[in-house]
Ligand binder design. Sequence first.
Ligand SMILES: *Cc1c(COP(=O)(O)O)cnc(C)c1O
Length: 429
Amino acid sequence: MDTTRSAALFDRARAVIPGGVNSPVRAFSSVGGTPRFIARGEGGELIDVDGNRYIDLVNSWGPLVLGHARREVRDAAVAALERGSSFGAPTSGEVELAEAIVDAVPSIEKVRLVNSGTEAGMSAVRLARGATGRAKLLKFVGHYHGHSDALLVAAGSGVATLGIPGSPGVTAGAVADTILVPWNDRAAVSAVVDEHGDDLAAILCEPVPANMNLVPPEEGFLAFLREQADRSGALLVFDEVISGFRLARGGAQELHGVTPDVTVLGKIVGGGFPLAAFGGPAALMDHLAPDGPVYQAGTLSGNPVAVAAGAAQLALLTDDVYDHLEVATRAVADGFAQALASAGLRAQVVRHRTLAGVVFADRAPTRYEDVAAADHDAYATFFHAMLEAGVYLAPSGYEVVFTSLALDEGAVATVVEAAGRAAAAVAAR
Ligand SMILES: *Cc1c(COP(=O)(O)O)cnc(C)c1O
C-alpha cells in the first residue's frame, strides 16, 4: 500500500502542528506507522491522499452514523451556508434541532447547544454545581468527558493511549473535588456517597462506557447509580456523547430505562459538524443564564450550518437505521470473534447493541484496569493488518468500532474476511 503522500503531509504537519495532528489519537502513536491523510469520504468508505480506499469503522469517531457525505445532510448544510455562516442571533434552525432533541431523548425538556462534547461536559458540571450549591464530582476511572480540567483525570482512551494519568497543566486544585471510582463497583460508589454525599454535586458517567474500549454496565448498575444520586441529592449526569442517537434514538437512557438529570450529547447530534448539547428538566436548565445565574455562552453556539446538518441527520434516524446498525455491528463482531478464535487467540469481542470492541485479554473487561492490562501490541498488529487489507479501525485498543448505515453486506463480508487474515497475523507474531 502506497502511503507516500500521507507520509509527506505528516512531515509537513509535524513542522507546524504539535505531533502533526489536531487531536492526539489521530497520530497513530499507540499503533505506530503513518497516519493516513484523508482526501474524501464516500458512504461507507474513506479515500486517502494516495488513493487508497478503506471501509470505515471509525466514522469520525462516531458522528457519521449515516456514513460520509450523506446527501440530505450535505444539502441541508449547503443550503444553510448559502444563507450565511453565522449571525450571533437566534435562528429557526436552532429551535428545530432543540425540538428534535427534546422529542428523542427521554430526560430532556430543555437543551442548550454548544460546540464540542468537551464544552457540553464542562457546562453540565457547572450547571450541576450551580444548581446544587455543592462542589464534588464522582467520576469513574476510564470514562472520558472531554478535556476540561476537572474531568481530565483517569480519563480513558486519548489520555490512556499516551500513558499519562491526567495531564500536566491540570492543577491539583482543579481536580481536588473530583472523586474517582472504579466502574461497576457498587461498594465503592456507596462508600463515596456515605462519606461525601452532602457535598456531591454530580455522579457523572458514560452510561455505556466506550472510551476504555467497550465496558457495558453490569445488570442493574445504572439503576443503582440513580438510587445513589437520589440518596445523596446529587445530580445524575449521563455523558451520552457516544451513546446518544447510537445505541438507540433516545440513547442509553432509553435502552436501559434509567433517567438521568442531565444528559450530555455530541458527535451524532451535530451531523459531522462541531456541535454538542446538554439538557435536562426545564426547572434545572432554567438555572442557566439568562433565566438563572449559572453562566454559559458561545459566539458560534447553535451555528446555523451545524444545526441544519444535525437536524437533517436526526430526521433520518428511524427504527430501520438502528436495526441496520445492530445487524451490521453484530455481523462484524461475530466475524471478529470467529476469526480470533480460529487463530487460537485469547481475545474478547464485546458488543452492546450497536457498539462493539476488540480486547486482547482472557476475560471480558468489567473495568478500566482490565482494558489497560490487555495486550495492546496484539491490537496494533491486528490494526495494521486490517489497514493493509483496506479496513480502517480506530488506531488504539482503547477505542470501539463505530458502524454506519452505509456499511452494507458486501462491506461486512470484506471486513470479516480481512479479520481472518489479521487474526492470523497476530497469531504469527
Ligand atoms: C468524544 C467524547 C467527548 C468529547 O467530545 P469532543 O467533541 O471531542 O470535545 C465527551 N464525552 C464522550 C463520552 C466522548 O466520547
